[in-house]
Ligand binder design. Structure first.
Ligand code: BES
Ligand code: MN
Length: 452
């Protein structure tokens, strides 16, 4: 049985009624700069977890702040009415660092609305995902048709290091029939999406050393190698001339049914005129099902401080995105072997793992998915969801799949092509956010009507 017209109308009205307060609470959350990266003040994560706990208590959930050696997560629960399924709602309350604040048009931690979008770090990723859960719960007042577990992680953007322990520790409290992970994106303004795969990630730091200490570049250059040139040559071996990854042993997928137009990717990414795409295959395959390697940073003398001296040591952070189906342990070994084997001129190299997360493939069949699809379609005025892959990573998905193999996993989200998550001027499209909130309320109602 699907949601009837009267219930749908009632939920539309209820979500509309709740939106102003949901928006105000979202803004309050954006003002808390909870960042799990080292070198940031982690007391903000405690404040942010407390703020989330207060919101969940306000929804009538039995709520606690939990940790397993990492940053605080929030767990709220409300038992299922007799015979009804339980739905776990996931989001994360930590955010990415703001980066260069001079590139923001408004303060990253002071939300500001411009042209129908709410700007601020975490305004979309993923405080809006969290607030969509809150909006749906509030829409039902005290008449929730399903059991609910809300789990809001505090270190997703820094690799979810303690997530597996948290899920194991609280396994029984987290048991659910359906897990809704609201941390992904929709296809376009006006077109909802269901995420069917995400890439994994392996980050590593490589240090290349050629000398005990810096020496005069004129006296020794020509015969004695500097570490920065050695590193540059090493990094140049990661791709072939077409820009495909050359590291052997990484899984490579293909066959994305949907594709992204070149114009769309060019515009969304802000590619400078004349810059060409890298790699081969459809753009969707390049972004969703094939591995990628990017150089995220280099430690070496800055240009301003560079004297005429050979650089003795240089470090780099390399990020690999893994194809769905790949294994982060194997992928790291493949990358390390590649770097060690190709380090030029006998330079000493050490490669250290700096965070990993597994890719995932999501099965979108079964009765729960019928309810999910019809909820999305109704919330978007009859437009059915498209199935998309995602090039980014949500390690939580595979962690939930491993801990709760019987649960149906649903990956939704609030992001749209202009969200600019992780970059300056991250923003939330407020019109789409309203649809996400309604979709989630309709989803809870629809899931309550599924018979297992
Ligand atoms: N919300 C993103 C994942 C995402 C990216 C979904 C793009 C849809 C489109 C998530 O918060 C994220 O950025 N994850 C990190 C995980 C990493 C730190 C292990 C990522 O992908 O870099
Ligand atoms: Mn996120």
């Amino acid at each position: 049985m699907t949601t009837d017209d009267a219930t749908e109308t009632g939920l539309r009205t209820a979500v509309e009624r709740e939106l102003p307060r949901v928006r105000a609470d979202l803004e309050q959350l954006v003002r808390i700069p909870g960042i799990a990266f080292p070198e940031f003040d982690h007391t903000h994560l405690d404040r942010s977890a407390e703020a989330v706990a207060t919101l969940l208590r306000g929804c009538g959930l039995d709520t606690e702040v939990v940790r397993a050696g990492g940053h605080p997560a929030v767990l709220g629960r409300r038992p299922a009415p007799a015979g009804a399924p339980t739905v776990l709602l996931y989001a994360h309350h930590d955010v990415q660092p703001p980066g260069d604040e001079s590139l923001w048009d408004s303060d990253p931690f002071e939300p500001e609305e411009r042209d129908g979008r709410l700007y601020g770090r975490g305004a979309a990723d993923d405080k809006a995902g969290l607030m969509a859960h809150v909006a749906a719960l509030r829409a039902f007042n005290d008449a929730l048709p399903v059991g609910v577990v809300v789990f809001v992680e505090g270190e997703e953007e820094y690799g979810s290091a303690s997530l597996a322990d948290l899920l194991r520790l609280h396994h029984d409290k987290l048991l659910a029939d359906v897990v809704v992970i609201a941390d992904s994106a929709n296809w376009d303004i006006g077109v909802p999406a269901l995420t069917t795969s995400l890439r994994g990630i392996v980050n590593c730091v490589a240090e290349v050393r050629t000398l005990d200490a810096a020496v005069h570049s004129g006296m020794y250059g020509g015969a004695v190698p500097d570490a920065l040139t050695a590193l540059a040559r090493l990094l140049a071996t990661l791709h072939d001339d077409a820009g495909d990854v050359t590291v052997e042993g990484l899984a490579v997928g293909s066959g994305s049914t949907l594709d992204l137009s070149a114009e769309r990717v060019r515009a969304e990414a802000g590619m400078v005129d004349g810059v060409r795409f890298t790699g081969t295959g459809s753009l969707a395959d390049r972004l969703w099902t094939k591995p990628s390697l990017s150089v995220l940073g280099i430690d070496a003398p800055s240009v301003l401080q560079a004297g005429n001296a050979l650089v003795p040591v240089a470090r780099t952070k390399i990020s690999a995105r893994l194809a769905p189906g790949d294994d982060p342990v194997k992928a790291f070994a493949a990358l390390r072997d590649h770097l060690e084997a190709r380090c030029p001129w006998g330079a000493a190299i050490t490669v250290t793992l700096d965070g990993a997360g597994a890719p995932c493939v999501i099965d979108t069949t079964g009765p729960h998915y019928e309810a999910v699809r019809s909820a999305l379609r109704a919330a978007w005025g009859g437009v059915p969801p498209v199935e998309i892959g995602v090039g980014g990573s949500i390690p939580a998905v595979s962690t939930f799949q491993a801990e709760f193999p019987a649960a149906t996993i649903v990956v939704t989200g609030v992001e749209d092509p202009d969200t600019r998550a992780h970059g300056p001027n991250e923003s939330l499209h407020l019109g789409e956010f309203a649809r996400v909130c309604l979709a989630e309320a309709l989803m809870l109602d629809g899931l309550a009507r599924t018979t297992r």
